[in-house]
Design a protein around this ligand. Structure first.
Ligand SMILES: [Zn+2]
Length: 315
């Protein structure tokens, strides 16, 4: 069995059942002396070295703060508290990951930014932080009711928000993104964005549109991005991607027809790479600008794109 993807594997009972709809049970979790909080904010998650800094919930919860119940683990109830709730009326930054337009996250001692948790923490802890960050990003973006505009309040221990004026209940979003490796025998089609380190290429990816199957999204995105037609995709694996609350769904898809045509706005370049060239990058673990030579650079090891490319190259 291959290792599961980074940002998965949280060891927690999410209590995503009737317990969350029982206010008495929720109050008891919050009063439990064993209740702990994970602290997440604009600069990332609080940690000491490679260990998460969990603190007693009672120590960090002022009366007006919202504590979101992540669930129960072996030590008791575990909450997440947003250390930097955004001011009213201001577009919120991504938890631990900077601005929506790529502005970098602030750095702070004793905190790990969200883009580094997969390298710095054990996989299950990375999965826990990804879960907490995706949920907090949604809370930050859902402070007002989409129906009537009134401020919303926490419901179901944070697995929902409800509107006290019109009664609408809002549930957390997870936005599916297809990510696909287009293969043709011993070659793969990879693309690059202008903001990446020079020489880095990766699998193509894009958001699923409303009313579209994953298979249709794969075919449409490949055609839009590089002008190539593909056959039926084969599912490989998936990965939570809390920037802000996506789910990457990974496929391999066979090339069918067409030549690479001018790439769309998202890509700077796209081209075919032979298996030998990809395998050489895999074996050298070439992914950042420090890598010697002038060959292909791969996506970072924590990304599902790297997994797709590596598994194909080694097969
Ligand atoms: Zn409302």
């Amino acid at each position: 069995m291959p290792e599961p993807n980074a940002l998965t594997g949280a060891q927690i009972d999410r209590a995503a059942d009737r317990r969350r709809r029982d206010q008495g049970w929720l109050d008891a979790q919050q009063r439990d002396p064993a209740a702990r909080a994970l602290l997440l904010g604009d600069a990332g998650v609080r940690a000491s070295g490679a260990a998460l800094d969990l603190v007693p919930l009672a120590d960090v919860l002022p009366a007006d703060a919202e504590a979101v119940l992540l669930g129960l683990d072996d030590a008791g109830p575990l909450f997440v508290v947003d250390e930097d709730p955004p001011p009213a009326g201001r577009r919120a930054a991504l938890v631990g990951a900077g601005g929506m337009r790529g502005e970098p996250a602030p750095q702070a001692a004793g905190r790990i930014g969200l883009r580094a948790v997969a390298q710095e923490l054990a996989r299950g802890d990375g999965g826990l932080v990804a879960y907490a960050a995706a949920l907090l990003n949604w809370h930050r973006a859902t402070r007002h009711c989409a129906v009537c505009g009134s401020p919303t309040g926490l419901a179901e221990g944070g697995m929902a928000r409800s509107c006290p004026v019109c009664g609408t209940v809002h549930h957390p979003r997870t936005d599916p993104v297809v990510i696909m490796l287009v293969t043709d025998g011993d070659r793969v089609l990879l693309g690059r964005q202008a903001v990446w380190p020079a020489r880095r290429y990766s699998a193509l990816a894009g958001f699923v549109s409303p009313g579209e199957s994953l298979e249709e999204a794969v075919a449409r995105e490949v055609l839009e991005e590089v002008g190539v037609r593909v056959g039926p995709p084969a599912y490989r694996s998936s990965q939570p991607w809390p920037f802000p609350f996506s789910l990457m769904v990974g496929f391999e898809v066979p090339y069918a027809a067409g030549a690479i045509a001018g790439t769309d706005d998202e890509l700077e370049d796209a081209r075919w790479f032979g298996r030998d060239e990809v395998l050489a990058a895999v074996e050298e673990d070439a992914w950042d600008e420090e890598a010697p030579g002038d060959g292909l650079l791969l996506p970072p090891r924590s990304a599902i794109a790297r997994r797709l490319v590596e598994d194909w190259a080694r097969r």
